[in-house]
Ligand binder design. Sequence first.
Ligand code: TAP
Length: 454
Amino acid sequence: MTQYTVINPATEQPVTAITQKTAEETDEAIARAAVAQRAWREVAPGDRARLLRAFAAEVDAHIDELAALETTGSGHPVGAATWEAGQVRDVLMYYSAAPERLIGKQIPVAGGLDVTFAEPLGVVGLIVPWNFPMPIFSWGMAPAIAAGNTVVAKPAEMTPLTAIRIGELALAAGLPENVLQVLPGKGSVVGQRLVDHPLVRKIVFTGSTEVGQQIMAGCARQVKRVTLELGGKSANIVFADADIEKAAATAPYAVFDNAGQDCCARSRILVQSSVLEEFMELLEPAVKGVRVGDPGASDTEMGPLISAAHRDHVASYVPDGAPVAFRGGSPDGPGFWYPPTVLAPVRADDRAYTDEIFGPVVTVTPFTDEAEAIELANDTPYGLSGSIWTSNVGRAIRVARGVETGNLSVNSHSSVRYWTPFGGFKQSGLGRELGPDALESFTETKNVFIATQD
Ligand code: TAP
């Protein structure tokens, strides 16, 4: 029996020890999920909807508890963690409307009737990263269950606590046993088994591009369905005609949210040369004003990094002699702290410019015109997110169409809305999550012809 000790990233103190599931236990859970799915798909759509609403209500009644768990187990500021728990409730509510709307088509044919059905896939394996343990868990889990599948979920090894608790809340809400199972454990054991097991019909994976490539190759062996939500290196493009004050004031929150451990982090700020100086003057107080500290305090905006190893990785992008323009503060003493850091100027071949750092480090690069801005934004294997700041509507639309990325915001740094589609271009992923069409990727279309002629 292997145990994993969850560490509080803000104090470096152990929180609790979690027993890791083995490959054999994963097989058993998958077998139970397959049996449960046969009954779950037969539950009347209205009853599936009611159970999902009850699940949402159960989460709602435990928002503070879930937020406190995420603060202790993952170091998320409590304000952010409360919002994240609320998102689980909202995603469940949104998809609770779906079971009654799994509508097929009636297609005109000669000599009969042709109808389509949206059939559930079976068992869905959900593999979740450590950076947003609650929202990302809900994005795959809620639509999968709503569509009549059962789910076996593997949280990240470092951050299993909230997913385990949400699994308990599902049972308390009345969801039948084994419709949702949460299996803490290693990616190489539990995650790999989900990929390899023939009864798992789809993998929803969120994580690094490197592991995503392995997952895709593994799924290919069984032609298993897969959704991949992978890395990013998104641009925050600021044109000279923008509201520069607002662009600079919000830029830190576009990249330092969750201490930069955010796939949508706008970690490359591109600024039109004519306003670069003004932008940097405004950015400095905004960066220094980010409140970094005790995640348990309600006014904290940025907490620690997830682990000592990850902090070393982030720090490697800021070696001695790096072009640090300015930095924010961070606490001394225990905790995996790293200060918000702005690098400028940075060469386009510097690894701080090309790699997904996944920490509070941002680069600033000037551009001269619209064409160069688009070229720089696209000069990356990733394409997940991004922002465009301009007062020219035509430019906003031209640049939005030109940037090869899945989720853009204009004059805003917001990224994910659960009621709109979310996912990446290029090596940032495959498929889309969320939004009104999400159930299409958790069902197969079945076409049935019924002859009406004697
Ligand atoms: P990964 O190291 O890729 O891990 C993600 C998950 O995969 C973890 O649960 C991990 O388990 C598991 N895993 C590892 N190896 C596996 C294998 N061989 N087979 C099956 N599962 C395996 O990513 P991470 O470091 O947790 O997360 C950071 C990355 O996720 C960043 O690149 C970030 O951009 C990306 N991300 C993307 C998005 C979207 S929506 N595009 C959102 C959040 C994060 P262990 O915990 O045991 O390693």
